[in-house]
Write a protein that binds this ligand. Sequence first.
Ligand code: ADP
Length: 271
Amino acid sequence: STDVTERREMAAERERLLAAEREQVRRLRELDRMKDELVAVVSHEIRSPIAVIRTYADMLLDGPGLDDEQRMFAGVIDRRSTHLQHLVEDLLDLARLDSGQLAVDPRPLSLNRLVRQAVDDHRAAAEAKHLSVEVGLERHLPVSADPVRLRQVLDNLLSNAVKYTPEGGAVTVIAGCSGRIGGDGECRSGTVTLTVADTGIGIPAEEHEQLFSRFFRASSAHEAGIKGTGLGLAITKAIVEAHGGTIDAAPRDGGGTVFTVRLPVDPAAPA
Ligand code: ADP
């Protein structure tokens, strides 16, 4: 009978431990949810004051009557608040991602125009660092995509390429069809492949796997003293995957990095 009592006590103890564990899991989930909510609420609240600061800094810079020193101060306010605005947008995107609200609204479109516009918008930054920028677009590339979100992907990859490539380097954007090509030379099925390559500081091979995790920054970026948050690629990957695509990074022959995005072809997309 002592045996029976002992077994009963052990069973009761196991029950207590299991209950305590379940309670712990529940509390951790609750804390995690509260953390997500805090980030979302704070980001949202910070967003409008930053927009106001930016608007007034722009007005000061556009208007007359500032001396050189004042212009320099207004420039700093403008640049720093723009940086904050991007950070807040990234945090809001992550919050949307966590709550399943990062919506993509895909429609048939040609990747060519979107790529050209994105590259044009990054040319000034590249030229300021004496980087050459080359674009190779093979035929009409029809995809089904959310133009705003896909622009975000292109902007992130291009701004990284410019940011992580020292003076005098090169950025090359190539897009092509890895599927069936029709008689008219158009991409009919399969995937559209877009690569953004640079001759920059590169990423150590053993870090490639973590590259798309939130807040991850490569050791090469730390060593080069280049600032960042490690949020952009996590968002970029989520957007690409929401389009049914894939993204990966590889070292470039001769140094630097190549990012490859693959998207399904949408034969209905207009040229
Ligand atoms: P951020 O640039 O703000 O740090 P990202 O999420 O865009 O954040 O990139 C994550 C990390 O990946 C960067 O910190 C950097 O270490 C590395 N990385 C991204 N793009 C490149 C690139 N073109 N060349 C070298 N390293 C890069």
